[in-house]
Design a protein around this ligand. Structure first.
Ligand code: PLP
Length: 381
């Protein structure tokens, strides 16, 4: 992380400053972000389900704080480094959604718990019970634990009731740990475009989860917390009655990867696009195409090509012409913009795009309101 913003802070709170940013600049439309955060918090609250948004999507303490202010009750993280960076920035109610191996990472987490972090972690194997237990006792902390369940993603987690019961018993018997329940993230379901197909896949995943919950309940190990879900399955999960909390990530931004997903069978957009990279036309190719100043160093490129907007109107798509350059493919009838034109481009995939930037430029209407540091960028440790 750099200390102070290198550029653009002089534009803060000046009318029209959104259109005058020095680029490339990661831009967050505050109204759209807040509408998304508020919408899901209200839906979850109406169903009596908690919201623990995933910071893997943003890695930014100010965004996490805003999500908490708007109705979330905790924040999830994918990596210990991500979690510790947010804890240092003042976020306290934190969950780590991935199992680990290295004892030093477990020690750092236990120290954070001893220093005030309200910590929730997941485990998927017996040696992690012992590792977290001894780290918690050494640090003088109690760490709450969820059992990670594999409901079809094929990544981490136990997939049978027997394995879950054995792990839960081990957690209950381990001094320094408390048994909180289950995590089940059906990542394979989230980006299925068709609503009926996604609902079917989510039902299959939920069937597996229900069998694990039933097996634990029979043994007196009923899970108080069942954490899971993502942006793609959030409406299904709100109605399915299995999860006690959602750990959605991308819903605040809506990247291009999520644009084709039909959330509610109407095909209508459920969330607004709030995240953009502002770029400038800096040249024209010999063939006359507009060349912009941002490529794979400013956009994660593992998703559909960005759409480009000029003064709020969609004018084409960006294709990559290198790490530092893009080329505008204008829509039919759109004139090639001159050098100096600022375009706002959607992002192919939000999580790794924020990982490329030190700051996000928070805009409201046409005004740059603030620059928020992305404290946990690069914290893949
Ligand atoms: C464990 C876990 N939970 C939640 C999420 C959030 O998913 P989404 O960004 O689709 O909302 C992710 C995303 O990869 C994840 O890995």
């Amino acid at each position: 992380m750099r200390g102070a913003p290198l550029y653009n802070s002089q534009h803060k709170n000046i009318s029209g400053s959104r259109g005058r940013l020095e680029t490339p600049a990661l831009v967050l439309d505050a109204d759209a972000f807040e509408a998304n955060a508020t919408r899901l918090a209200a839906l979850a609250q109406a169903r009596g389900i908690g919201l623990r948004p995933h910071a893997k999507s943003h890695k930014c303490a100010a965004i996490a704080r805003r999500q908490l202010d708007l109705g979330a009750y905790g924040i999830a993280c994918a990596k210990p480094g991500e979690l510790l960076a947010l804890f240092e920035a003042g976020i306290e109610r934190l969950m780590l959604t991935a199992p680990l191996f290295h004892p030093a990472k477990i020690d750092r987490l236990a120290d954070a718990a001893a220093n005030g972090a309200d910590l929730l972690v997941v485990i998927d194997r017996p040696d992690l019970v012992a590792a977290y237990g001894s780290a918690a006792r050494r640090a003088g902390a109690t760490i709450k634990v969820l059992l990670d369940c594999d409901t079809g993603l094929g990544r981490t987690g136990v997939d049978t009731g027997e394995a879950a019961i054995a792990l839960a018993r081990a957690v209950v018997g381990e001094e320094g740990l408390s048994y909180g329940g289950l995590q089940a993230y059906a990542g394979h379901v989230q980006h299925i475009h068709d609503f009926a197909e996604r609902r079917w896949a989510n039902d299959v995943a939920n069937g597996r989860l229900a069998r694990i919950i039933d097996a634990l309940t029979v043994e007196g190990l009923s899970p108080a917390i069942v954490s899971g879900g993502g942006t793609g399955s959030h409406l299904l999960d709100l109605n399915a009655g299995l999860l006690t909390e959602l750990q959605v990530g991308s819903y605040i931004f809506m990247d291009e990867g999520y644009q084709p997903v039909d959330f509610d069978s109407t095909g209508d957009a459920v969330f607004q696009t709030s995240l953009f990279v502002a770029v400038t036309v800096v040249a024209h190719s010999a063939a006359g195409a507009a060349i912009t100043d941002a490529g794979s160093k400013s956009f994660a490129v593992d998703g559909p090509q960005p759409r480009a907007f000029l003064d709020g109107k969609e004018i084409g798509r960006i294709v990559w012409v290198g790490d530092e350059f893009g080329r505008l493919i204008p829509n039919d009838g759109v004139a090639v913009p001159p050098a100096g034109t600022l375009l706002e481009c959607t992002v192919p995939h939000c999580d790794p795009t924020l990982n490329l930037h030190d700051y996000v430029h928070v805009v409201r209407g046409d005004v740059l309101e603030d620059l928020w540091p992305i404290e946990a960028r690069g914290r893949a440790d």
